[in-house]
Design a protein around this ligand. Sequence first.
Ligand code: ATP
Ligand code: MG
Length: 396
Amino acid sequence: MHTLFETGAKIIKRLNDNGHEAFFVGGCVRDFHMRRDIQDVDITTDAKPGEVEALFEKTIDVGKAHGTIIIMTEDIPFEVTTYRTDGAYTNHRHPDEVIFSNHLNEDLQRRDFTMNAMAMDRDYTFHDPYDGRGAIERHEITTVGRPSDRFGEDALRMVRALRFMSVLNFSIEEDTEAAMTLNAHLLKHVSVERIITEFKKMYGGAALAEAKLKLVQTGLVRHIPFFADIGEEDLLRSRVHSLLDELAVQIIKSPALEGGLSHLKLSRKEVGFVKSCAALHGALEDGMHPLKIAYSFDEDVIGRFSAVNDENHLTDQYPALSEAASLKKSLPISSKQDLAVGGRDLMALFQSRSGPWIKECLNIIENEVLFGRLKNEHNDIIDWVRRHVKVESGSA
Ligand code: ATP
Ligand code: MG
């Protein structure tokens, strides 16, 4: 049996031995039934957060107010959450208050889709009041309860449906899909961060093309920043396997989109990656020398752009791109910091003051070293500078 469940069963046993109900719940039960890889295992219990904490040695309070405690067992974190029913929802996101419950079925009822509303005890017995297993058999995503009500409570669930469609290669049940079209506009109430979390997973899914088609057909796309401005044809035609690749492709096709990138609230690193891909495309189109490309762009940007270009034909400059990729490994320097001389050496050499001339001089040296016309050795560079550079009254 899967070790995560074996270890988790010890937690459930301890809770059971102390008079509490406890079950595996949610995604791990779905994935167990589908024989998919399991990344993490969640547990639901009637024990209140304080009672859970008291029973275990290593606990981390990650959201006690919402009922969630992490229990560390054999160095694995397990999320243990008290049975909850969600209070009223306002603005179509997050419940206003959390109400703890004593009944498993109430906890399952608040969950989004029938396949995610199953629990399993430590003997692997299923508690499946909404026939999640039937939905899995039919490869079908169906809400627990009336879809319009459930999407009205939390509009993010509509994006989650698309995510599961892509990752599990399931289709969305008819009424559930109709409710998505009707309620698509509610998505504007959901924070972009939550949408992006689901999108990252959706873009990693095998049935991404189908999910993107549904994103467009339901009209959800019109209520998501940045995506609302992408031409529908462009969105459906791109062949990508990650969110960042999609953003890069679309910006390359329609540069005006770049201004909207900030609305997605990605990390600086993520934004940097997307912008670098677009800049690399521009550099290739402008005919930049492969050596300069290799020097100016990170290896992962060149690698990912090459892969994306193979599937999307963004530029014809394949030879320059593949030459840049292979040159990357043998560059004499990877940045100015690697030069064997610095500004101080130049100031000492010319007994001159600091100023813009230093940067200009270093740029020339950098170029000579990069193209292999000058060795990156201190003495070689100083000699070369003596012979080639003249400094007049404090400037080169
Ligand atoms: P994954 O394998 O990607 O983690 P998951 O099903 O575990 O998929 P999570 O986002 O980790 O998805 O959520 C855990 C569980 O919490 C879900 O299976 C579902 O039961 C419930 N859940 C999560 N988000 C919502 C939501 N917005 N509304 C209702 N229930 C939700
Ligand atoms: Mg999960």
